[in-house]
Write a protein that binds this ligand. Structure first.
Ligand SMILES: Cc1ncc(COP(=O)(O)O)c(C=O)c1O
Length: 381
């Protein structure tokens, strides 16, 4: 028996492939984006407490009220935007679920959706499942700035949605105030909707931490997506949230309730406690990752790699042209993992049409000794 695939072009992701290769070759795994250090002990203790005390049944569909009111307070603290915990915030099973639900909500068959390559890999399949067409606009190394005139040029009467991601995975590019204003203008002029994927929002170093939340006219047509997995070093908890105006949130919840209905209950309480009792943890995250980035960059200073600018996220791009220009980035990553025991991700996989650049992505959300060990190997190449 065979079925017609709805995603014929999708296979095993490069992330799974590289992690498997890293495990087989006992390589230091800087490929996938997750921390190798423990989460805050208070957070872990609160999870255990809430679970032991019996908070293990279905949470309310939009999320635990206490967590939603802490999210509203966080949004006010970070971006001076007041949002209603009851009608504008929905807790989801990771940012991944929020992105999927938002795309299903906003995309009708035949709609075109703008996204920027290199792009996070879950956007295009979700658009295709909704019957839409992804329209990819390429960003160029080394700084991956958006050329907004190019974006205007690819608009058609079918364009309905634009997906942005700042700070940007995989490049570390962060939108400036003028980028946000250009986006807002585009959205208003063409009556678009926007999904703003801001999962790395608290990891910003060399730029101001801005958000779609800071631009009222844009926010009125946007679903902003955030991730507690990224912010609290617990990617495996798969807890995130979406903030959108009440009319969008009402539609969002209609789909969310039939995708997961509700998200992991004791973790919602634990994160609410954390936000209430240790709010400085979020505020200090940027500095925490800036130290890691600076340490890693300094450790690579004598290598033959060229480091690309990284204003946010926990990813560092490296150009390896001076080491092995003849290898594609996929070949280079395989060689690096099997021969030198450091696993990385080739940048070309984030492009619909591939890329001839010689650039790889490394994740620096790792213990200092892991980064030092990896840098020592990379400096010998
Ligand atoms: C840009 C981007 N968006 C969304 C996600 C998914 O976040 P979550 O783990 O909360 O589902 C990731 C995870 O790597 C990401 O890099």
């Amino acid at each position: 028996m065979s079925i017609v695939s709805k995603l014929p072009a999708v296979g095993t992701t490069i992330f799974s492939q590289m992690s498997q290769l890293a495990a087989e070759h006992h390589a230091i795994n800087l490929s996938q984006g997750f921390p190798d250090f423990a989460a805050n002990p208070f957070l872990l203790q609160r999870l255990a407490k809430h679970s032991a005390e019996g908070l293990n049944q279905y949470a309310p569909m939009p999320g635990v009220p206490m967590l939603r009111s802490q999210i509203a307070a966080l949004t006010a603290r970070c971006y001076q935007r007041q949002v209603c915990a009851d009608s504008e915030i929905t807790v989801t099973s990771g940012a991944t679920e929020a992105l999927f639900v938002a795309i299903q909500m906003l995309v009708q068959p035949g709609d075109e959706v703008l996204l920027f390559d290199p792009a996070y890999d879950s956007y295009a399949p979700a658009i295709q499942l909704a019957g839409g067409t992804p329209v990819h606009v390429r960003l160029q190394a080394p700084d991956y700035q958006v050329d907004w005139s190019l974006v205007s040029a690819v608009m058609t009467p079918r364009t309905r949605l634009i997906i942005v991601n700042s700070p940007h995975n995989p490049t570390g590019m962060v939108f400036s105030q003028s980028d946000w204003l250009a986006l807002q203008q585009l959205v208003l002029t063409h009556q678009l909707y926007c999904i703003s994927d801001e999962v790395y929002e608290h990891m910003v170093f060399d730029a101001a931490q801005l958000s779609a939340h800071c631009f009222a006219a844009l926010a009125a047509r946007t679903v902003v997506v955030s991730s507690f997995g990224k912010t609290f070093h617990v990617t495996g908890w798969k807890l995130g949230y979406a903030i959108a105006p009440p009319s969008l949130t009402a539609e969002f919840r209609k789909i969310h309730q039939y995708v997961t209905f509700a998200s992991f209950t004791p973790a919602q309480y634990a994160i609410a406690d954390m936000l209430q009792q240790q709010p400085e943890q979020v505020a200090e995250l940027g500095q925490f990752y800036q130290q890691k980035r600076d340490f890693f960059a300094a450790a690579l200073a004598t290598s033959r790699f060229t480091l690309l600018p990284c204003a946010g996220t926990y990813f560092q791009l490296l150009d390896y042209r001076a080491i092995a220009a003849e290898m594609t980035d996929v070949q280079f990553c395989q060689w690096l993992t099997t021969e030198h025991k450091v696993a990385a991700i080739p940048l070309s996989v984030f492009y619909q049409q591939g890329s001839a650049d010689r650039i790889i992505r490394l994740c620096f959300a790792k213990e200092q000794h892991t980064l030092a060990q990896a840098a020592e190997i990379l400096c010998q190449l």
